[in-house]
Design a protein around this ligand. Sequence first.
Ligand code: 13P
Length: 335
Amino acid sequence: MDTTTLEDIAQRMLADGKGLLAIDESTPTCGKRFEDYGIENSEDNRRDYRALLLSAPGLGESVSGAILYDETLRMKTVDGTPFAQMMSDNGVIPGIKVDTGAKDLAGHPDEKVTEGLDGLRERLAEYHAMGARFAKWRAVITIGDGIPSAGCYAANAHALARYAALCQEAGIVPIVEPEVLLDGDHDIARCYEVTEETLTQLFAQLREQNVHLPGLILKASMVLPGKHAAQQADGREVAAATLRCLYASVPASVPGVAFLSGGQSNEDATAHLDAMNRIDAGAAPWKLTFSYARALQQPALDTWRGDKANTEAAQNALLHRARCNRAASQGQYDP
Ligand code: 13P
């Protein structure tokens, strides 16, 4: 394992004022996003939309890397430039989602385990040759009556750790993403408890699989009350609970935490990140930044609507949110 290279990539991903853009929706998920605007889920539309995002002028000033889906990494622009090349030219490091999705966990109703370890070593070698320098694997933890179960925590932590070890062997920085879902009516204390247990078990497994923590990035969910909770929380409370949870469970040798947006509004996702960076004011051992999909892309998709004539306006919509999050990653967001 070349730890210097891994650490160097992680540091570039976490450069001051930069975060990640997640555009790794699988083809069916991309179809769902397009459907809301009556956009046909064709290969050409997926290429045009993603090329629009990745070539937005100056994107690299706020976005250090973008997470792609397999199909996208293999694509070329209409003038024949490979996507990985177009990204590097725009100052954005290519990344790749390598899990094959969250599947029902046998013996555990309503719980999931993420699959994709079979053949992963070979896939990672191919992705590295195509220019990918980091990867992502998302585990899903659901809060409900009597869940998460011990079996669900353990199976997902184990898979994440085995994935991370394989990435590092291939010279690829793993983003480990255990997402505690926002669904449900639980309160913020319950989300805190589940998130802390998820992260504690994850880091125990990462250690057991000899994963080099300075060459990894944690993609965490924020500590929030459930979407249907009677009592919602204000931004400061979310930021304080999330920070407390990270301090309780994330080793200081991890270089950065890049949050997912998880269904929060665009503005909330930015404001919560900003509040954490204001409270913490650089004291935390990890960088605190963004790795948003919906909260970065939604205004761009809403502007584009499948019409070439809207390309520049859609790029500006993306750049606006990217700059807001750049400011939030430094505690300087001014809504
Ligand atoms: P959201 O920011 O939309 O939660 O997405 C993050 C992600 O990792 C997508 O897989």
